[in-house]
Design a protein around this ligand. Structure first.
Ligand code: ADP
Ligand code: MG
Length: 329
């Protein structure tokens, strides 16, 4: 058995592309007429559908850190951040392209593991990787994914549709990712990285399951956004885009009891974590109160507030809630 571990300079750009291509999901599907191997992929969209198109870029040292996350987790999360954007439009993913910039000394095995992470997430949600680009980067690793999705014509759910009287709903529970980041920063949690507290940080899930339940109970959303920067920050985006005021009760924001226990031990506020934790990839949604009953049938969604006339984001006592999510600049 050979123990040779090819370096990037030995493989070269095309050698690497060949290796990575082998790690992408099936070459064709009903959407994909021609995949990797030509100047561009050839896709076929169904009639009566609108196309949604998104991209997300991750830079080592800004979005991830090789000491904190394994290669597969980095790949998984990069794909999920795009999948979640597609979900937040009420769409289904159809295909993705992946561009990577890597320093010359990056182990090929590490890059291949990132692709295994990409492939796991992309295949699970039906978004085959149909192309990409591979370049040298002087220092840090850069990962840029672009994703296409489709939605029934005129059924995309925008940030701008919230109306006074609507209820505000959130999927899942919040705060674990902020806790994980906090633990990593004080390098307090390295041994417990595989504990449930950290699972969501490494392996978040896009909430297509919630969209399916909402469709099943015929709940029509008026607006939606995914939680990438933090609940309060996303509420501000909804309020601004819809020209309304969001009123939420912070005590209704869901978190796990495990997180509560951990927060107590760390002398941190679990509610602050839940309100501002980023990279949660939960869905923040609004709909008419006529669906309150239907919402009662759906697991894993919580009503946290209401939409009123005005602007901004406040709690039930009228106190302004200020975003504390990550800002690049
Ligand atoms: P071009 O010179 O036309 O940009 P490339 O040589 O960069 O073509 O890429 C050849 C093929 O391999 C294309 O189909 C491209 O989409 C695909 N490809 C290149 N890099 C990657 C990558 N990192 N992941 C997936 N596919 C890739
Ligand atoms: Mg190229």
């Amino acid at each position: 058995m050979s123990t040779r571990r090819p370096s990037l300079s030995w493989l070269g750009e095309f050698g690497l592309i060949d290796e990575l291509t082998r790690l992408t999901s099936p070459r064709t599907s009903r959407h994909v007429i021609h995949s990797i191997g030509d100047d561009a992929a050839v896709l076929r969209m169904k009639p009566g559908r609108d196309v949604v198109f998104t991209t997300d870029m991750l830079v080592e040292g800004v979005h991830f850190n090789r000491d904190w996350s394994g290669a597969r987790d980095i790949g998984w999360k990069a794909m999920v951040s795009n999948l979640s954007d597609i979900a937040a439009m009420n769409a289904q993913p159809t295909s993705a392209v992946v561009a990577i910039g890597v320093p010359e000394n990056t182990p090929v095995a590490w890059i291949k593991d990132v692709y295994r992470g990409f492939r796991a997430a992309a295949a699970r949600y039906g978004a085959p990787i149909v192309g990409g680009d591979t370049v040298r980067s002087p220092q840090s690793i850069v990962i840029s994914i672009a994703m296409l999705g489709e939605v029934k014509r005129n059924h995309a759910v925008l940030r701008s549709g919230a109306r006074p009287g609507d209820v505000i709903i959130v999927s899942g529970e919040l705060g674990r990712c902020a806790a994980a980041l906090d633990a990593l920063k004080q390098s307090a949690g390295v041994t417990s990285l595989r504990s449930p507290l950290f699972r969501k940080f490494h392996r978040p899930l896009p909430r297509f399951d919630i969209l399916e339940s909402l469709r099943k109970y015929r709940v029509r959303l008026t607006s939606m956004i995914d939680i990438s920067d933090g609940l309060v920050s996303e509420l501000h985006h909804l309020a601004t885009s819809s020209s309304v005021r969001c009123v939420i009760d912070p005590l209704l924001v869901p978190f796990t009891t495990a997180l509560q226990t951990y927060a107590r031990r760390q002398k941190q506020s679990v509610i602050e974590w839940a309100l501002h934790s980023g990279e949660e990839y939960e869905l923040l949604m609004t709909c008419s109160p006529r669906y309150l009953r239907a919402l009662g049938n759906i697991d894993d969604v919580t009503i946290i507030g209401t939409v009123v006339r005005g602007e901004g984001v406040v709690d039930v006592s009228g106190e302004e809630l200020i975003p504390r999510g990550f800002k690049h600049f």
